[in-house]
Write a protein of this length. Structure first.
Length: 77
C-alpha cells in the first residue's frame, strides 16, 4: 500500500493521495459511495490510477477506523 498511497504535509495539505499524483483518496472514495464503478473511475475520472490504487484506498480507509474507539450516536443502540 505504501507504494500506492502517500501522505506528505507539503502535498494537498497533508491529505492522503495516490503516489505520484495530487489525487486525494477521499475523492475516489466519494465516487465509490455515489455508485461509480472502479472501471469508470479509472477510465473516465482518473486515468492516472488503477483499480489497485482504489483497492489500496479502501484498505487505507478501513485501517484508519479499525482500531478506533467510537461513542454511539444518541438514541442508536
Amino acid at each position: 500500500m505504501k507504494e500506492l498511497i502517500t501522505v506528505n504535509k507539503d502535498i494537498c495539505h497533508g491529505q492522503p493521495c495516490f503516489s505520484g499524483t495530487r489525487i486525494m483518496i477521499y475523492l475516489v472514495l466519494e465516487l465509490l459511495e455515489a455508485g461509480v464503478s472502479m472501471e469508470d473511475i479509472v477510465s473516465k475520472y482518473y486515468p492516472q490510477i488503477t483499480e489497485e490504487h482504489i483497492k489500496a484506498a479502501i484498505g487505507f480507509s478501513g485501517g484508519l477506523i479499525k482500531d478506533q474507539k467510537f461513542i454511539p450516536f444518541e438514541g442508536v443502540k
